[in-house]
Design a protein around this ligand. Structure first.
Ligand code: PEP
Ligand code: MG
Length: 591
């Protein structure tokens, strides 16, 4: 993004990934490493090169384990587990065998061989139009840098643990290892040339609550250490040498944000109830048992979606029944008596396992995914359902199936569940006989036949992320058509309404657990359409509660009536914005 004038100061615009505003001196970290020299080796020295490589790999492994230990202790198991992916790179035999082959066949030094092979892998991954795989390329580059440093006998990069003074860290890229080491007391914020909203670095910044911007293109090349800047993590702007006027305006914004945060904290133990007395259940989405802390810390009333596939990713082997049982039981026990909805495996689409042979498909989102895999891979499904059933003995678990597209699938899944229940009874293993089972409504077909599905479940959970992509035929990961991904499209509004009506006719509750539920602009529309519960990322729960407590259900219903009658996604969105801004202006006050 070209630099521009911003309220008198020179400014750079990027993608905001972690909210908050900070100001201070810039510290520009090193540019990317220059090329690695290629040295021709004599035959007799090749064994030593392979030996050096093996040693560097062992040393790197130790360093990563040490960083992982520190991060897990300081930030939690979730952040620490990011390094599992790094350790896997070091154990990738295909990659390492190829490096050894290059050393031996081309008779070259270990660093050159390693750099060439690893860079080729990373380049292939980053060229794929898939955010998840692009992140794997970042992991690979992070590990590669460590291995090369060890081979070259270099110190690790800038020591972010011991910064002399508070600063805004600016860098071409910040690897997860770098970010993990950030000395929070002295890092005010950070800004990088590359990156995306879902990169690990961005996720960590949010969990550390450090304001951050990524995608600033060549900011690191244009800025110098020691310059003074202001970083606005709400709007993705980095202002260099801000004027007094800019500083004053941002000072006001910081004060307003602090007041809002305090007001949100004051509501922590309050229920989400509208001004006209309608009670809404506000739940949180989690990815592992350790996230239970965040659920409570943000005042959520339970877990509306536990995405279990994260237990399966970044691992060498599939987790068995026992391992899964421990994870589900831990989440249930940590949150008791709050309900926890476990979703069965949703692999495929954009989530793949390194260790499971998954076919390459032309349309993975329309292919072998979620419940379709579970119904075919019976051993995997059986282990998961038995683990969930066993953990249900805690008394507060529920479960649901992802991506149901019709009645047969739901009946098959339920029949298997009954079969595994019978097994457990035979084995005298306790489980909750009243375990509630639900179906996710993520496909247009499921919404249309919701009336039939409702007879076989206790609740629905609408996965709007997928429902939108499947109904509008818009790939949810494709940036080129992102403008067509419209949650307020009349088709979506009507499908949600069809689902809610069918559910309520059969006394089935309806939750929404896609990103739409966490957006304060869109939540009133969902409530007006009759949705009973919302489930969103834990950090979004306080703002949702704040908004709901200022909303009247009657206003939300009027909004829904308008939307059901309207033919334009843009007009529906405008009405949603108007209402949200009117009732809770402080939630949108970040300019
Ligand atoms: C959804 O599709 O809205 C959903 C919650 O599931 P996921 O985002 O995991 O596909
Ligand atoms: Mg989904």
């Amino acid at each position: 993004m070209p630099e521009s004038q911003h309220k008198g100061g020179k400014s750079f615009r990027g993608i905001p990934v972690s909210t908050g505003v900070c100001r201070g001196k810039i510290l520009v970290l090193d540019r990317p490493r220059p090329g690695i020299a290629r040295r021709q080796m004599a035959d007799k020295d090749l064994a030593e090169e392979v030996n050096r490589l093996e040693k560097a790999l062992v040393q790197t492994r130790q360093q990563i384990l040490e960083v992982q230990r520190r991060v897990s202790q300081g930030m939690g198991a979730n952040e620490g587990s990011i390094f599992d992916a790094h350790l896997l790179v070091l154990e990738d035999r295909t990659l390492l065998d190829e490096v050894v082959r290059v050393i031996q066949e081309q008779k070259v030094n270990a660093e050159h061989a390693f750099h060439t092979v690893a860079e080729r892998y990373a380049a292939t991954l980053s060229a794929i139009e898939d955010e998840y795989l692009r992140e794997r390329a970042a992991d690979m580059r992070d590990v590669t840098t460590r291995v090369l440093n060890n081979l070259l006998g270099l110190e690790e990069g800038a020591d972010l643990r011991h910064l002399k003074e508070p600063c805004i860290v600016v860098s071409h890229d910040l690897t997860p290892s770098n970010t993990a080491q950030l000395d929070k007391r002295n890092v005010l914020g950070f800004a990088t040339d590359v990156g995306s909203k879902t990169s690990h670095t961005a996720i960590m910044a949010r969990s550390l609550r450090i304001p951050a911007i990524v995608g600033l293109k060549d900011a690191s090349g244009q800025l110098a250490t020691g310059q003074y800047a202001l970083l606005d993590g709400h709007n993705g702007v980095l202002v260099v040498n801000p004027t007094d006027q800019t500083l004053f305006e941002y000072g006001q914004l910081i004060l307003r944000q602090a007041t809002l945060q305090q007001r949100l904290r004051d509501l922590l133990l309050e229920p989400a109830v509208t001004l006209d007395g309608h009670r809404v259940l506000l739940n949180a989405n989690i990815e592992q048992a350790a996230d239970a802390e965040q659920v409570k810390a943000n005042g959520a009333e339970g877990v509306g979606l536990f995405r279990t596939e994260y237990l399966f990713l970044n691992r060498e082997r599939l987790p068995g029944e026992e391992q899964q049982y421990q994870a589900y039981r831990e989440a249930a026990a940590a949150l008791k008596p709050l309900p926890v909805v476990i979703r069965t495996l949703d692999l495929g689409g954009d989530k793949f396992l390194a260790h499971m042979q998954m076919p390459t498909e032309l349309n993975p989102f329309l292919g072998w995914r979620a419940i379709r895999i579970s119904l075919q891979e019976r051993d995997i499904f059986r282990a998961q359902l038995r683990a969930i059933l066993r953990a249900s003995a805690e008394g507060n678990l529920r479960m649901m199936y992802p991506m149901i597209s019709g009645l047969d699938e739901l009946k098959q899944a339920n029949a298997l569940l009954e079969q595994y229940k019978a097994e457990l009874r035979q084995e005298n293993i306790p489980f909750d006989e009243h375990l509630e089972v639900g179906a996710m409504i993520e496909t247009p077909s499921a919404a249309i036949v919701a009336d039939s599905l409702a007879k076989h479940v206790r609740f629905f959970s609408i996965g709007t992320n997928d429902l939108i992509q499947y109904s509008l035929a818009v790939d949810r990961l494709n940036e080129k058509i992102a403008h067509l991904y419209e949650p307020t499209h009349p088709a979506i509004v009507r499908l949600i309404k069809t689902t809610v009506d069918a559910a309520h006719k059969h006394k089935v509750r309806v939750s929404v657990c896609g990103e739409m539920a966490g957006d304060p602009v869109l939540a009133p529309l969902l409530l007006g359409l009759g949705v009973d519960e919302l489930s969103a990322a834990p950090s979004l729960v306080p703002s949702l509660k704040f908004l709901i407590r200022r909303l009247k259900l009657s206003e939300a219903q009027e909004l829904a009536a308008f939307a059901l009658d309207c033919e334009s996604a843009a007009e529906i969105l405008a009405r949603c914005q108007e209402l949200a801004r009117e009732i809770a202006p402080s939630l949108f006050d970040n300019k």
